[in-house]
Design a binder for this molecule. Structure first.
Ligand code: DC
Length: 221
């Protein structure tokens, strides 16, 4: 059967990565977490104290960055940084870094290169609108604020026992605002994306629904 590209977009902590990973596994496809790429770039910027207002520093920094995935884990210049990029420090800065034009040009080019092979599930904010506007299936994932905050809190609590629900909610709201109002490729539903509200769905239910969408598409072609 012909391989396709599945684009999954939505706000932070709607469960995109979990769904995308499971769907890719079930289809035997590659999974790419595009947010991890922006997080790894943010980590590099933090480590090297790159000023986000200095275009030359940004350009020079990007030239020194290589990204690749190993078993779904992101490597920055061949170092596995999967754990480090999930910290609150990175979460607090990543929306600002990912709004920069040069950063987006670099990340999108890498994502499109990976997509040449098809057989791919990629999640992010602009996958269905900018990275793969011709993706065969576009899912726009939605979950209500309470569900998203609780999910993110449960995830963060394992690593940081001092974190509070308010802190997590504030970070989500801050990122929602920047991600959906930035000038370049803001988060928005592609016209031809299907909305999936998973606030009341189990992981298995969402997986079944999206897997069936892929099968329907394949059978109709
Ligand atoms: O999916 P995530 O929360 O790990 O993504 C981290 C940040 O990266 C998010 O706040 C916005 C940015 N991002 C983006 O701008 N475009 C994407 N395709 C994916 C993520």
């Amino acid at each position: 059967m012909k391989k396709i590209i599945v684009a999954i977009d939505g706000f932070s902590s709607t469960g995109k990565s979990t769904l995308a990973k499971q769907l890719a596994k079930r289809l035997g496809y590659t999974y790419i977490d595009s947010g991890a790429m922006y997080r790894a770039i943010t980590l590099y910027f933090l480590r090297h104290e790159i000023a986000l207002t200095d275009k030359t520093q940004i350009k020079n920094a990007i030239e020194k960055i290589t990204l690749h995935f190993e078993n779904n884990e992101i490597c920055l210049n061949d170092e596995n940084v999967e754990k480090e990029i999930r910290s609150m420090e990175i979460s607090n800065l990543v929306s600002e870094v990912s709004a920069l034009e040069d950063v987006r040009t670099f990340a999108v080019a890498q994502q499109q290169k990976i997509g040449k092979k098809k057989g791919l599930v990629m999640d992010g904010r602009d996958i269905g609108t900018t990275v793969f506007p011709n993706a065969e299936l576009k899912i726009y994932l939605h979950a209500n604020e309470k569900t998203r905050t609780q999910r993110r809190f449960d995830e963060m609590k394992i690593k940081n026992s001092l974190i509070t629900l308010d802190e997590v909610r504030d970070n989500l709201k801050h990122r929602d605002l920047i991600d959906s109002t930035r000038e370049i490729s803001p988060l928005k539903k592609a016209d031809d994306a299907i909305v999936l509200d998973n606030s009341e769905l189990t992981m298995e239910e969402q997986l079944e629904i999206s897997f069936n969408w892929v099968m329907d598409l394949k059978n109709s072609n």
